[in-house]
Write a protein that binds this ligand. Structure first.
Ligand code: KG4
Ligand code: ZN
Length: 371
């Protein structure tokens, strides 16, 4: 079956077409139009500006996605759209376009949770997925490394979310830990603003941190690792950001010194990674997942990708480590269509009829919960 995905929850306008058969995904197109430059001068995403840009871009992006996939509206079997969480003015553009297309083209429509999309970015690229219980005894061990087996423990790290999500099966989510204040990506963005090095902060801080050489260490900056020793799986990044602010207030003139910026970026990033990795391993010890997964925009961070992999290898070598391709870590519609594929295959026939009427009722919710 052929699925159209639409994503407009924040500052990327995206449309994608996938072909989906027995949980195997073939990507036909994935067009992403980013508004990053527009929002950079404000140091963050301005919701009404984002909506205006989505409105301008959504039809050209859709047309290009259909053209690249050599797909006509009639070839589509399903329309899917992010209906939350996110910025309401931005979300409304995507959901209203999707509802209109569903009505006019007479195609079923489903709403997808944005974070569910990030998680399912790990199931793209034709990976087949079987739960370990379905495997014959002889294959169980050998498949452990190649298959994504349940239970999965997923570390979700984006601009709006930081959560440890336990999945016992497809589409079954239990949040076992989360941030009590800022999300990890939000902390990267706010620290970059304090250091006055640009927006979005994640990729910029990560670039500076890559240039860090311990032998050049000059200032001896030591930042806290908030909640690392707490006996739970929750996070807090707001205090870490404030610690960076106090540190820079001690040496305002050093903000112009590249070596100092490199050192503080490295120390901040390392503090964030230490907490993320340590809490993920702690949760894995309790829940014994067969797969540990990374998802969301911060999953593009090369330090995090490597250090989480190393920690899993060292502490639980039998556990598979799954990370999304770099290309699909940020917001995109292919991940939304992929999640929709798994939903559709688990939707009963009678229910599928009703989905044709969803254009009337599909809700948009800024605080949609992962269920
Ligand atoms: O998932 P995403 O694209 O949007 C949301 O759903 O929020 O995540 C965006 C976040 C931003 O905060 C951005 O700074 C961060 O992901 N990010 C990174 C990196 N690339 C993007 N953070 C750390 N290192 C990176 N390389
Ligand atoms: Zn996102």
């Amino acid at each position: 079956m052929r699925i159209l995905g639409i994503e407009t929850s924040c500052d990327e306008t995206s449309a994608s077409i996938i072909e989906c058969q027995n949980n195997k995904i073939k990507l036909l197109s994935n067009i992403v139009s980013s508004q990053v430059k527009l929002h950079a001068k404000w140091g963050g995403v301005v919701p009404n500006l984002a909506a205006r840009e989505h409105l301008k871009n959504i039809i050209p992006v859709l047309k290009l996605a259909l053209k690249e996939a050599q797909t006509k509206p009639n070839d589509l079997d399903l329309i899917s759209v992010t209906n939350g969480p996110g910025l309401i003015p931005a979300l409304l553009i995507g959901t209203n376009v999707a509802r209109t297309l569903s009505y006019v083209w007479e195609k079923p429509l489903i709403g997808i949770h944005h974070i569910e999309g990030h998680i399912y970015a790990n199931f793209m690229n034709g990976i087949s997925t079987i739960s370990n219980d379905q495997l014959p005894m002889t294959q169980k061990k050998s498949n452990l490394k190649s298959q994504i087996s349940f239970p999965i423990l997923c570390l979700v790290v984006s601009g709006g979310h930081t959560q440890l999500v336990l999945m016992k099966d497809h589409l079954k989510y239990e949040i076992v830990g989360q941030t009590l204040d800022d999300a990890a990506g939000e902390a990267f963005d706010k620290v970059a603003r304090i250091l006055n090095i640009g927006y979005p902060g994640g990729p910029i801080i990560s670039k500076f941190a890559e240039n860090y050489k311990p032998k050049n260490r000059s200032c001896g900056i030591d930042l806290p690792r908030p909640m690392i020793n707490r006996n739970n799986f929750d996070f807090s990044f707001s205090g870490l950001k404030t610690a960076v602010l106090y540190e820079t207030k001690k040496h305002p003139r050093l903000l112009k010194d590249k070596k100092y910026i490199i050192e503080i970026c490295h120390e901040f990033q390392q503090a964030a990674i230490d907490v993320l990795v340590s809490k993920t391993i702690k949760a894995a010890r309790k829940y014994n997942p067969k797969t540990i997964m990374l998802a969301g925009g911060v999953a593009a961070n090369s330090g995090l990708r490597k250090q989480l992999g190393d920690a899993i290898h060292e502490n639980m070598p039998a556990t598979k480590y799954q990370i999304p391709d770099m290309e699909y870590t940020g917001d995109n519609a292919a991940m939304i269509a992929t999640a929709a594929c798994f939903h559709w295959q688990r939707t009963a026939k009678a229910q599928k009829e009703k989905v044709l009427q969803n254009w009337k009722t599909l809700d948009t919710d800024a605080n949609l919960k992962l269920k």
